[in-house]
Ligand binder design. Sequence first.
Ligand code: 3HC
Length: 720
Amino acid sequence: MANYTKRDEVAVIELNNPPVNALSFEVRSGLQNALKSAIDDQDVKCIVIHGKGKNFSAGADIKEFGAGTKQQKPWITDACRLADESSKPVVAAIAGTALGGGLEVALFCHYRIGTPSCRVGFPEVQIGILPGAGGTQRLPRLIGVNSSIDMITSGRHVMAEEAMKLGILDKIVTEDIIEEGVKFAKSVVGLDLAHRILKNRKIEAVSPKVFDDEISRVKKKYKGYIAPLFCLKAIQASVQLPYDASMEQELQLFQHLVGSNQAKAQQYAFFAERTSARWQLPTGANSQNASPLPVKTAGVIGAGTMGAGIALCLITSGIPTVLVEQDQKFLEKGIKTMEGDLRGSVALKKMTAEQAKKAMLILKPSVNFEDLHDVDLVIEAVYENLALKKEIFAKLDKICQPQTILCTNTSSLDIDMIAEATKRMDKVVGTHFFAPAYIMKLQENVYGKNTSAETVATVMALGRRIRKVPVLVGTCESFAANRMLHPYVTEALYLVEEGASPYEVDQVLEDFGMPMGMFRVSDLSGLDIGYKVRREAAKRQGIDLTLGTRFVNGERVCLLADVLVEKGRLGIKSGKGWYNYGSPGKKEAIPDPEVLDIIEEHCRKFGIKKQKISSQEILERMQLALINEGFRILEEGIVSKPEDIDVIWIYGFGWPKYMGGPMFYANEMKLKNVYRKICDFHQKYPFSIHWTPSKLLARLSETDLPISNWTSLINSNSKL
Ligand code: 3HC
């Protein structure tokens, strides 16, 4: 709803729908009524619109967007049209965020003022739609076509200072936004409003070439996403058509997107991220009843690629950090990497040179473990070796304060075994970052059997503070993310053995929307890493792994990647892997006939008959293998809800948001179809354990219930 009060001759309208004042039907109706009352009231000379609480408004209520349904009237434009027609000045007083429809309300006002910390933006593209209440028509009239294209197609938030420069804000005021709004509104009473009404403003002439170029840019930058292209169409309409006609065009494009599968998937992903933040431990402790400990300072051990990246996340979020390496030379190398990454961020305008400098000032590089004595939390990021990690944790346990939380960035080792090296097992937790740690948003937090709720709350809160998307998972071999990767990678190798080329496999995955095919990713990570992990695991199990091994414990294995490693093809770092890169470190991946010969030779050696494999089979086998594993992870309680898995794949491995994540994808395919296909593959490939159908999937597939019901079904029926 919207509250209506008066202060002298000023009408104050408060958008009231906590926590973010989403513009639900009630708010839109309330706003329309309040504007009408203010305009009709003879004593009112001017009007201020503000939001209750911290935010102006986060825009339309996303929950109201059922695919294909029309918005219930009054729509935002209906509610705001009165402002356009008002002879009394209307001022938007913005604190917190004015996003999407929230900003559109503000663009119907004659003036906009904001607090220094306010943010404005059109993030609609991120939920698969476009600004559908005049945003694509009114913003270009205010700030020009080019800046509008940038803001609307990127969805980025614009801070107060930039909003002022662009002309979105007329004034930056103090944080006391209602007082400031009233004062400002009084100061503009009696001024000519004609030029303040955006629909009356002339729009600059822009050649069609600008839009052609933008279409190419957007297609490349937001590959696969349709919403940014629709935004361009709507903005182009603002240039080509009279206001009323182009508003109609915007509405049509908006309605089309609202009903699209991409919008459904992206909106699911929006809420999945928030659902995933609500964690729960098997003890019943959860995000509602556990409080985080304060983290004022942190420490990172290891200045390699991961450690340096993690330290960068901490210092760029304002957390003073001690970075410890055992060797001065490695430490300096790590710092150089960090400085290089910061220069990159400055060049990309993600931060100012001043901010980059400030970040480095709160980094304390050290070769002395004792410097970690007073930090609140330490993240260990040395290489994957259990004995080494245990040694480090035993040492940290002695050096650090008793309340200090000790985190490990292990991607596979047992958290409980690491914790056993300390006398504070409740304060030991996994914080698994993804490479490159400074860029990738996933933070997979892993609790052990003794990790306390307070410790979990602390690392979950830390994740959000350092702009990551934290997900909580339980302990198991490789945890949730990499465990699901295993059948995906394995299936890719089987496909290559059976007749698909690595380049076909990658193409299918990239056409689906993955940022990189599996083989390109492997080259980027380095094939030698998997090689070492496989050998260490085999050694632990007493297995003699050689290039001639075809079965381990009755399960089919394919060691083609190891053949490449033994030929010196380690991936990008050696200039050759599954692809040829010309020279080490170069990024352009060129398919290599030599690799095809190696595969040919491998198949001849083992008498494997090659056949043509269709794109559909490639996609199905890779995706269903990981989806089946996802259901097993859910079944075992390693994650507590399907949204956790989707968030992991979106933010850890670049699963396209417009496909919602693997669990959402399975939901869209219908579980009975997914289950049937997995059973077929299980029959066809009996020696691949990853095709054993998940029991949970089997049971859920009988119910035909949508993904939103799975969690309560799992919780309410322990037999599932
Ligand atoms: N509609 C419905 N619910 C919303 C919402 C919206 N527009 N924005 C946020 N929420 C809900 C969240 O789901 C969350 O609910 P929960 O507590 O039950 O999980 C709650 O509000 C708080 O949100 P956050 O946890 O995200 O709070 P933050 O403080 O971290 O972030 C925010 C605040 C930056 C405003 C962030 O919520 C956000 O980005 N919201 C979406 C903004 C957006 O996409 N706006 C466009 C909407 S579409 C539109 O306006 C169409 C128009 O052009 C016609």
